[in-house]
Each structure stands twice: as C-alpha cells, then as structure tokens.
Design a binder for this molecule. Sequence first.
Ligand SMILES: Cc1cc2nc3c(=O)[nH]c(=O)nc-3n(C[C@H](O)[C@H](O)[C@H](O)COP(=O)(O)OP(=O)(O)OC[C@H]3O[C@@H](n4cnc5c(N)ncnc54)[C@H](O)[C@@H]3O)c2cc1C
Ligand code: SF4
Ligand code: SF4
Length: 649
Amino acid sequence: MNAKIGVYVCHCGYNIAGKVDVKEVAEYAGTLDNVVIARDYKYMCSDPGQDLIKNDIKEYGLTRVVVASCSPRMHEPTFKSALEKAGLNGYLLEMANIREQCSWVTEDPRQATEKAKALVHGAVRRVVYHEPIEEREVGVNKATLVVGGGIAGIQATLKIAEAGHKVYLVEREPSIGGQMAKFDKTFPTMDCAACILTPKMVAVAQNPNVELLTYSEVLHVDGYVGNFTVTVKQKPRYVDVDKCTGCGDCQKACVLKDRIPCSFEEGLKKRPAAYIPFPQAVPLKAVIDDKHCLQLTKGKCSKKCVKACQRDAIDFSQKEVIRQIEVGSIILATGYELFDARKAPQYGYGIYDDVYTGIEFERITNASGPTQGKILKKNGEEPKRVAVLHCIGSRDENYQKYCSRVCCMSSVKFSHLVKEKTDAEVFEFYIDMRTFGKQYEEFYKRVQEEGVNFIRGKGAEVAEVNGQLVVRAEDTLLGAYREIPVDMVILNTALVPRHDADKVAQIFGISRSPDGFFLESHIKLDPVTTSTDGIYIAGCCQSPKDIPDSVAQGSAAAAEALATIATGKVKISPVTASSNPDICAGCRICIGLCPFKAITFNEEKKVAEINQAVCKGCGTCAAGCPSNAISIAHFNNQQILAEIEGVLR
Ligand SMILES: Cc1cc2nc3c(=O)[nH]c(=O)nc-3n(C[C@H](O)[C@H](O)[C@H](O)COP(=O)(O)OP(=O)(O)OC[C@H]3O[C@@H](n4cnc5c(N)ncnc54)[C@H](O)[C@@H]3O)c2cc1C
Ligand code: SF4
Ligand code: SF4
C-alpha cells in the first residue's frame, strides 16, 4: 500500500517527555515503512502543533497521520479537525496514547520509551488500512425531556422553555421541588428555601412550553441524539387534576387522618391517604396514596373524601397511563438520596429518641414542619445542649469514601439555627472544615462568633449514659478524648446515589462512576455531557453538590440542548456496525447482545439488520457473531490485527 504517513510525537510538556525519550521515538518512527516525516513537538494540540501537521500534509502530500500523545478521548477531535482543514478525511488519523497508557503508568524511562515505540509502530501499521468515512447528519426534534424536578431539573426546564422550546418535565413524585423543597433556610445567605424555590416551581407550571408530568417515570428510551422516543408511565393520582382546586377538604375528611408516616416530613408527622404533598406543591393537587387508601387496598371505605370534595374530583377508576413522547435531547436531573444512618449504629440513630438526621432537622426547624419550626426534643422540651456531627457515612472507608461537599456548610447552618432559635450550647464535630464556596468562609466565621463550640475530631460514637446522650470523639487539636453530654444530636449524613441509579443508567444507556453517581464525559471539561450523545446530566445525580452548583449545571445542560436545537441537525458517528446478509446465518445471537437495541431480525430475508442511526459502534455484536458476519467501520479485523502485529514488533 502506498500510504504517505506523517508521525508527530508530543512532549505534552513534561507529562510525556519527563519519562519517554520523545526524540528517540520520533527518530524510530522515521525508520518505519511508509513514514515520510516524523517529528517531535512540545504541545501538538497547540495552534503551532496543528500547523505542523497541516503544513506537512500539503508539503509532503501526506495521506495518513499518526499523533502519539494523550488519550484520543482528549484530543482526537482536535487532530481530526486539523486533517480536515488540510483537506484530508479525519478518519485517516490514528492516535497512539503514550501518556495515560505509557508515560503516566510506566516507572522506568527506558521501558516507557520502548513501550511508546511499540504503540507508535502499532498505530503506523494500523493507519495504512484506514479508509475515509463521512459523518452523517440528521435533523433534530426541538423538544427536550428533563427527568427530575429538583432545583437542577427546574433550572434546565425553565432555561429551555424561556428560550421558546418545548420541554417535557417528568417527575416521579406528585410534586416537583426535590430535596430543596424540604429545607427551611439555605446557606450561606440564609434566605428562605421556599421563597426562592416556589417562584421557580410556579414558573414551570405556568410556562406554556412546559408539559409537566408528575407522578411519572421513564420506562424506556429508543432512538439517538436528535430523535429519541421515550415511553413514560404516569401513575394514577385517583384525583382529576382538572377539577381539583387543592382545597384540602379530602385530606381533612379522609378516615386515615394522621395515620400514615409522611415522607415529605421524613416520617416525623403523619398524614391521611388523601393528601396534598406540601403547602407549596406544584401542581397543588391532591393525590390518593394507593398503598394505604382503604378503598384502593381493601375495596371498602366510607369514602368520606369523595363526599367532602365539592368539585367531584376524586376518581377511583383512574388507571396508569403509558405514553410516548418524541424529543431531541434528554437531561437527567434525578438528584440524590441520603445515607441511611441506621447502617452506622454507633451514632444511635433509630436507637435513641433525640438523634436526628440533617434532613429531619430541616423539617423540625421549618415553620410548616412537625413542630411549626420550634426546635424541640421528643418530650416537647427545648434542648439545652445540641451536638452537630459531620461526615456520617462520608469520607469513611466503611461507607462512602468521597466527601459529600455540602455537609460542612449544612452543619454550620444547623448550628446557626439552633443558636438563633434556642438558648442551647452547640458542639460541632468535624474532620476538617470545607467552606469552599462564595461567602461560605464568611458564614462560618459568623457562626464561630455566635459562640458555637467547633471541635476538630470526627464524632466516634453517640451513647446513652444514665439516660443522658453523650458524644464521644477525639479532639485532634487538644489531643484529648472528649465525652460531651448533650440532649439532641444532628447527624449530617452522606449524599448517596438514588437506589435505582443503576436501573436509570441502563434505561438511558449511560455509565456510572465507581461512587455510583452518573458518569460525565470529562470530569473537568465536559461535566454535563455523557457517553451517549444527546443525554446530559445535571445536579446531584452527577455528584454531591450545593444549590449554586446544581443550578449552574442545570443551565449548562440546558445550553447543550439549546445548542443542538439551534444547529437544527446533529452529526452521527459513522463508526457503526454493518452485517453482511450473504454471511449472516440468522442465528439472532447479536440481537440479544446489542445493549442499544440496534439490531432487528428481517423475517423475510432471515437475517439480522442493524439500524445505523441507533448503533453506537460498541462492537459487542461483531465480537459475538459466530459467522463473522458483522464488521465495525474504522475497527475492522484488518485494522485491528495490523495494530496488534505492530505493537508486538
Ligand atoms: C440536609 C441538607 C441540607 C442542605 N442545605 C443546603 C443549603 O442550605 N444550601 C445549598 O446550597 N445546598 C444545600 N443542600 C444541597 C441541596 O440539597 C442540593 O444541592 C440540591 O437539592 C440538588 O438538587 P437536584 O435537583 O440535583 O436533586 P434533588 O433535589 O434530589 O431533585 C431530584 C428530583 O428528581 C426526582 N427523581 C429522582 N429519580 C427520578 C426518576 N427516576 N424519574 C423521575 N424523577 C426522579 C426526585 O423525586 C426529585 O424531585 C443541602 C443538602 C442536605 C442533605
Ligand atoms: S377512600 Fe377512604 S382511605 Fe381512601 S382516601 Fe378516601 S377516605 Fe381516605
Ligand atoms: S456495534 Fe453492534 S452491539 Fe454495538 S451498538 Fe452497534 S449493533 Fe449494537
């Protein structure tokens, strides 16, 4: 084959050149078959680096290019674009990863240099067999689906709807609002959570571009960027939302009044089976709890709710509704759950009466909560000494290794609220104080000045001694063991992925990081895109974060969706599978293997057919096909075998 190859070995500053002898690798590349020019350069991704490639393509008539640098995940688009600007098809490029897979992981410089040579040899052998392939463009559906109506999802929804485009907001609960709806005040400014959240919730409900689907979940997603078909299940509320005015007469009349632990109140208050989720709920409509309602569970009740409802809104004949919606982009904003403090019994949660979690304390201190905002012990008395413990289940080898990021600040917030509302002495136990955000350090200083006792040492245990709660900890500043008697404990538990994060990831075809949160394309440079084009993530479903960061990500994800809408079309990768009907034996093995459901069976021809628009080119089918009937563009057998032979030299 008469390929004319240019090879470019990048120093990546000291990242590669600190370990690999880049000059030696370039000299070696220059000796390989078909290589016309081989160079090393400090930063190949820089403008002058790319100019080297472009100029050489013209001067030497290069027909193939190899760049030995970082991971293709980082800069493949950069170098592809350099080739295209010089008139070469971008797929005539091959990258040898001599950074992540070589200099960063190989101790010995000599071994690293030899490994880099082997990788470059593999790339040179492979690129000879590359063929020009063209990216396809498809039109874009201008509607967007947002899943999760917490603050991140609300922000994304409003940004897109206000730009004039249709948004379907799917929320699992009967109301939007997410965790923030439960809070009393928000750090660092201590503005009332409801006052800043409710107007946004109402704006969602009132925007004509938003179709709000509460009490709903996504069952299935088909299609690809620009053209997704989403199947949504809407649970019956047993209340006709067009008739219900949210007056609450049904909840007052329900025979199960004050009988069912209310999840919005974290179980600290009870509610009836017919209920309005919370006073600022959107939509402000009643819902009937099908797990407890006597009519729905036993088929027998005096149905006082029906009699009480003057609008005749209660309708026990409602059934679940399955509907399909067509969208171009999807934003996942499914948020977080809290670590179950019972899994760390040393802190006494669920064992002692006055040990609360942070989110329970949010309800206790909330004016609409179980104690109308008064900070009281179970016996109704005001506490005299309160302990606030950080990092329960976070930064702990036994539970979550990561830092939950918001708990230092929510702990400081709780100490401030206890000081503001009671005369109690407050003890806050921390490993180290992470008050990194705007105005956070200032808020921490303010609370220090309010007289809170900050003890540097993780609370090790909460016990009861002669009927008195005590917190045991090692004070690492004093170098002393402390045992502090208190009469109320607030445990700031870790933010953890939703229990069904794995199932949701599978439905949307995205990945999760080792901590269980949804995986972004790039932790720093692409925090809201995912490995599946057209599916974005925002807020705490990506990792624990505060409200400002959740809002920022909601806006960022909306900007990604709006960019797709503005372009009107999207490029689809041509790296897809194709099946040869002359070889396909019709065994259908590939159909079950494809994780993206891209393969169907043509009953007439008795062969498998691959939908190129849905195929992601993962190669699973090609590896599994016993007849060798499937090949993947840009990853065919000849190319892969040539690369392996090259690496083995
Ligand atoms: C105790 C505590 C106090 C805090 N105080 C503050 C504070 O004062 N200031 C601050 O900046 N931050 C604070 N935070 C952090 C704050 O809670 C988060 O930053 C914010 O709530 C994240 O919003 P979100 O939209 O990502 O997630 P969430 O609020 O969790 O919302 C996610 C939404 O998605 C819905 N959902 C989940 N799964 C699905 C599904 N499969 N289909 C459809 N819908 C689904 C949920 O029902 C929910 O409505 C605090 C956190 C805690 C734990
Ligand atoms: S039918 Fe009975 S239990 Fe069910 S919501 Fe109405 S009053 Fe409550
Ligand atoms: S390569 Fe095969 S298995 Fe992978 S997405 Fe395409 S059709 Fe499905």
